[in-house]
Structures are given as structure tokens and as C-alpha cells.
Design a protein around this ligand. Structure first.
Ligand code: PLP
Length: 631
């Protein structure tokens, strides 16, 4: 547990049980009579068709725990409720979920349902997200939930938002650019619908991490103070100052510290007060996203991987900064809205994948002996060979590595120009690898091949170097004996994971049993952004997805929804291919050959279209073979 810092990043949702398996505690700790959910049991149930109720889904797999989502939402709400109660703040908190974090239908529907009693709303950043938000919120009885419309907007987007307002949805059109105001005014006149307008302020407060590039005076979005003044004047001239009801800002995602958060909120709160005093109909301050999570469990806040505060610290500092500014200027306290996405959905999804093989760096010696090398090598090669041996014997690792490098480079060159034969080069290669491993503190790093695409499932690792906790989900009662990096299925040198939380370049892992299959790893805290940003490099589609809930009667878990990942046919369709036409063409080719086993070949082709792009693990393929034999 300590090795992987599970307590640090996982509490209160993830821990390890007596069997050494990771368990999920969706309601947080100590929630008897509910039983902790053993992730290995979930994986077995979902992937093994032979066990009772087994679903036979293929890995990789996303396991979603809606109850964690509910717990996150309630925790956020109660942190603000508590901060508001204990400080005498006179308004309330009302969150919205930024859909872009994960647009999955069931996640959005869950949030709308779980948040219903708190009038929790949605934030959209594009037309399809707005449509989605409208349809989810329209089913709700409460019309108080905000529908915040962010992002660049054209007339179509703005007209749709106005339509939503006409449908009694509490829609706010947030101006990201000054020129959007003209479109809002003209569209609202055309449609005869009075808009509720917000504006996004461009703050000077800037966070320095990767996610801070949207903030600061040079940030991509928002209006600076001059532009805000221009908007106010225009609204006044159109007698629409009352329409400006919300002030929004967003410093950037994953704000590392309370100091930075406070600086941003103080700056925005001053702007809020000035707008109110100018006569705008302001009622709401929307503090955007940025509530971070502790990916590395360090709680240090010294990188993009961690934050040095918790939900309560966050809420308390927001409430305090706003009330101080308002009280100083005698401005009524606004409703506080936050657009927390990462902090809401990250924990509830776990990506499970299998290591299918590992290649040892301990190269088996070819049929060379040291005597062979010392007899056969000559000139500089012989000299370097002796230098390697001598420096190794002296324990001078750095010098030894330099000689190894030199010997290897020269021999490779000589092989390429034809002056060294295959026996020589393989003997030198083996010698160099063995010596190098010895120099690296006899702690060689293995490469674990994993049934996964980094580009599809962990795009932020590839794109921005974001680290997520990755941990074996079983055998945690056994000391790992290896150190490994992870190599994915794609034919791409970037398709690997060789940086891990804690700043290490390898992960403590266990030796694979059974020739490889059956070793499962989990990537945690990846519920935000990864699915929406993931690509289809090499045509690997998304993983299978299951929803796992605790059963109120048995207090055990049950799988309430299971969706297999995209088949080869469906992923081909994404790139405009027509699998039926492709199959027809291939079948014709087979038929034309007139082979005896032509029908069998066609069945095989059809099965290939229906299969998932990922590798079938050897345990599953054994099941498949048995199934085929039975048939
Ligand atoms: N609101 C806006 C305008 C954003 O740009 C973002 C993301 O960067 C969010 C909300 C969500 O932020 P987070 O996931 O950090 O809560």
C-alpha cells in the first residue's frame, strides 16, 4: 500500500483488502452494511464467461462507480454548505458540471439526478454539449439549476441558448469575447427573448502549471477590464444592464494551492463589486473549474500532480474571499457557482488492463564465452573489452558504462560496413547487455506489454505528461520483485508509460505467472478528460465499460450496465469505411479462389470484423477455443 501511495491518492474510495486486492468503497469508508467491492471480483465477473453470471467482456475495461460520483458531488456541496453556514454568508452555493470533462450519457444523467436536490446544473462549451445539457435538464422538475453556456459562440449557438431560456431552463450566456454581445443583442431581439448574460473576466492572476495557460492577461479567453467597461456601456445604452447577472472566471484546471485560488477569487470579487455598483443586475459569481485532485498522494501542491488543500479548504477560502470583498463595498453576497469537473468525475472511473508479457532485459547469453571474445576481438575493440572488464572489477560504474557504449557503437558500425560477422556482433551485444545490467545496480527494468492503447485511454500522459496512479489491482500482499515500464499495443514509440507518480521511471511490479496472462493493473483517477480526448491511433477504440453499484439488499456489488468496446467493424466505420461492403469484397475474393475451406475462411473473416481490436488474452482465447470445440 505504501509502495504505491494508495492511501494518499485513493482515500476514502480505494484501499487494499486482506487478499491483497484493491477494493472500492464507493460510499467512502466505514459504510457498513455495504461490503467493499473487490476489483478483481468485478474483473472476473465481467470478463470470465465461465463463472456464473460472467459477461465475457474483453479488456481493457473501464469500471465506473456511480456511487463515488454521488459521494463526490455531495462532498463538494456539503463543503460549500458548511463554509457558508460557518461564515454567515447570506447566499448559497450551486454547482454546475462542465460536460467536456466526460460527456458519457450515464455520467451526465447521474450528475443531474444526484444533484437534483441541490439544483446542480450543467456547463456547456459547444452546440452539441448545449443540446445534451438541454435535454438532460429539461427532464428535471427544478428549473433553478443553471445551464451555463461557455465557449466561443455564433448566432446559432446563441439562438439555441435563448431557446433554452424560453423553455424555462435557467440558461446564462457567458460572453467569452466582446463581440459576442452584438450577436446576443441581435438574436434576442429577433427571437423576442430577453437573455440572461454572464461575462468571463480575464484575470491577472495566473497559475504557473500546464493548466494555467488559459489564465493571466494573455490568456485565450475572457474580457479584460477595458472590454468589460465597453460591454457595460453597450448594455446600458440598450437598457439591458439588468440582463448581466453573472460574473465568470476560470484560472485554469488543477489549481495547486489555496494562495493562488484566493488571489484569483479576490481579484474577481472586486470586479464583481464594481459591476454591481455600476448598476449591472449581478447575482451570481461563477468561479469556474480548477478544484484539483491529488494524483500523486503527496498533498504538496508543488507540481501539476498534486494539490495542497482539500474540499473544505477550497470552499472556505472561496466563501471568505467573496464575502470580504462584498462586505467591504456593501455589495450583497452573490450565489456562488463552481464548474468543478476534474474533482467531480476523476475518482469514479478505474481503467483496468492486463499485462500480457514481459521482456526481461537480462539477455540470455548467446553461445559466447569470455575466452571467445578475448580471442576474437582485436585492436580497439579488444582494448575496450579489457577496459570494460577492468573498470567493472574496480567498481567504477561510470567509466565502465562509457567503455560499453564505445565498444557497442564501434562494433555496430563495423557490422554495418560488413567487417564484423553475426557471431561477433551477437557475442558483443550479449556481453554489453549483461555488463550494463550489472552496472545498473542489478536492478534491471523490464518492459511489460499491456493490452491497451495509451493514445486512446491515457491521452494526457502522452500529450501533456500527466501522471495517474497505476497499480496492480491484486497480489498486493506479495512484495513486487521487478521494476517495469509499460509498453502498449500501438506501433508507436510514444505508446509507453515510463514515468510514474513519485517521479520514478519504473513501477514495482510482480513476476508474471502462467506465461503472461492474468496480471491486472488499474489506472486510477482518470475519469476526467481521458475518454473525451482519447484518439483512435492504430484504430484501437475505447475500452469496454461497466457500471458497478452496491446492491441495497445484498450489500454486494452488481453490474448494472455493461457495454463492450467498439468492434473492428465499428471502429472502421468511424473512419468512413463500410464493413459490410469490405466483407462482401473479401468474400468475393475467397469465393473466386474456389477453395475447399472457403466457407470457413469467410466465417473467420466475419468473426474478425466482429472482434475487438485489442488482443484476446490467453485465458479468454482458451475459453474461445473450448467454446468453438464444443460447438
Ligand atoms: N470551466 C471552464 C471554463 C474550463 O475551461 C474548465 C476546464 O479547464 C472547467 C470549467 C473545468 O475545470 P476542472 O476540470 O479543473 O474543474
Amino acid at each position: 500500500v505504501e509502495l504505491y501511495k494508495i492511501e494518499g491518492w485513493g482515500a476514502p474510495y480505494f484501499s487494499v483488502n486482506g487478499k491483497g486486492n484493491i477494493t472500492a468503497n464507493p460510499h467512502g469508508r466505514d459504510t457498513l452494511p455495504y461490503k467493499d467491492i473487490d476489483l478483481m471480483k468485478v474483473v472476473k465477473k465481467v470478463s470470465d464467461p465461465k463463472i456464473q453470471g460472467g459477461l465475457g467482456l474483453q479488456l481493457p475495461l473501464i469500471v465506473r462507480f456511480p456511487e463515488i460520483l454521488k459521494h463526490r458531488l455531495q462532498s463538494l456541496q456539503s463543503a460549500f454548505d458548511h463554509a457558508i453556514r460557518s461564515s454567515g454568508y447570506t447566499q448559497h452555493y450551486q454547482g454546475v458540471y462542465p460536460i467536456k470533462c466526460n460527456q458519457d450519457r450515464f455520467i451526465v444523467q447521474d450528475i443531474v439526478e444526484f444533484g437534483s436536490q441541490y439544483h446542480f446544473g450543467l456547463e456547456a462549451g459547444s452546440k452539441p454539449e448545449l443540446l445534451l445539457a438541454m435535454s438532460c435538464l429539461a427532464k428535471r422538475i427544478s428549473s433553478d439549476a443553471f445551464l451555463v453556456c461557455n465557449g466561443y459562440k455564433d448566432e446559432e449557438y446563441i439562438s439555441l441558448a435563448l431557446l433554452a431560456r424560453n423553455m424555462n431552463l435557467n440558461t446564462v450566456i457567458v460572453l467569452e469575447q466582446e463581440k459576442e454581445l452584438d450577436t446576443v443583442i441581435s438574436a434576442s431581439r429577433k427571437l423576442g427573448i430577453r437573455p440572461v448574460i454572464g461575462l468571463r473576466a480575464k484575470l491577472r492572476t495566473k497559475h504557473s502549471g500546464h493548466f494555467g495557460s488559459t489564465s493571466g492577461e494573455k490568456g485565450k479567453f475572457g474580457l479584460n477590464k477595458l472590454q468589460i467597461l465597453a460591454v457595460l456601456k453597450k448594455l446600458k445604452s440598450f437598457k439591458m444592464l439588468d440582463c448581466l447577472q453573472l460574473l465568470h472566471f476560470h484560472i485554469g484546471s488543477q489549481i495547486p494551492s489555496i494562495d493562488l485560488l484566493s488571489a484569483g477569487v479576490v481579484e474577481a470579487a472586486q470586479i464583481y463589486c464594481e459591476l454591481f455598483i455600476f448598476g449591472a443586475g449581478l447575482k451570481v459569481i461563477d468561479i469556474g473549474g480548477g478544484l484539483g485532485i491529488d494524483y500523486d498522494g503527496s498533498h504538496s501542491g508543488d507540481s501539476d500532480m498534486s494539490v495542497s488543500y482539500d474540499l473544505h479548504d477550497y470552499a472556505a477560502s472561496v466563501v471568505q474571499a467573496i464575502s470580504n470583498a462584498c462586505d467591504m463595498k456593501n455589495v450583497p453576497h452573490p450565489v456562488i457557482v463552481s464548474e468543478s469537473g476534474r474533482a467531480l468525475v476523476s475518482h469514479h472511473s478505474v481503467l483496468v488492463f492486463e499485462a500480457i508479457s514481459s521482456s526481461s532485459m537480462d539477455t540470455k547469453p548467446t553461445n559466447f564465452s569470455l575466452a571467445y571474445l578475448s580471442n576474437e576481438l582485436s585492436g580497439d575493440n579488444l582494448l575496450d573489452y579489457r577496459n570494460v572488464m577492468n573498470s567493472a572489477m574496480r567498481g567504477d560504474h561510470n567509466t565502465c558504462k562509457l567503455y560499453i557504449e564505445r565498444l557497442k557503437t564501434r562494433c555496430d558500425d563495423q557490422f554495418n560496413d560488413g567487417s564484423l560477422d553475426f557471431n561477433h556482433i551477437t557475442a558483443v551485444d550479449s556481453f554489453c547487455e549483461i555488463m550494463m545490467n550489472t552496472m545498473e545496480e542489478s536492478d534491471p527494468v523490464r518492459v511489460y506489454d499491456v493490452n491497451l492503447s495509451v493514445f486512446t485511454s491515457i491521452p494526457d500522459f502522452w500529450g501533456i505528461g500527466q501522471l495517474f496512479p497505476i497499480v496492480p489491482i491484486h497480489r498486493l500482499d506479495e512484495m513486487p520483485t521487478e521494476n517495469g515500464t509499460l509498453s502498449d499495443l500501438t506501433c508507436d514509440s510514444d505508446g509507453k508509460i515510463d514515468h510514474f507518480i513519485g517521479g520514478t521511471s519504473s513501477l514495482p511490479l510482480h513476476e508474471l505467472d502462467n506465461g503472461g496472462s492474468g496480471y491486472y493493473l488499474g489506472m486510477f483517477l482518470g475519469g476526467a478528460y481521458q475518454e473525451a480526448l482519447g484518439g483512435i491511433h492504430n484504430l484501437f477504440g475505447g475500452p469496454s465499460v461497466v457500471r458497478v453499484a452496491q446492491n441495497d439488499e445484498t450489500h454486494n456489488f452488481s453490474v448494472t450496465r455493461a457495454v463492450p468496446g467498439l468492434s473492428c467493424a465499428n471502429i472502421l466505420k468511424v473512419m468512413q469505411y463500410e464493413p459490410e461492403v469490405m466483407f462482401g469484397y473479401l468474400k468475393q475474393c475467397v469465393d473466386d479462389l474456389g477453395l475447399i475451406d472457403g466457407d470457413e475462411m469467410c466465417c473467420q473473416l466475419a468473426a474478425a470484423f466482429h472482434s475487438m481490436p485489442y488482443l484476446v488474452s490467453s485465458s479468454n482465447s482458451q475459453n474461445d477455443k473450448e467454446e468453438a470445440q464444443r460447438k
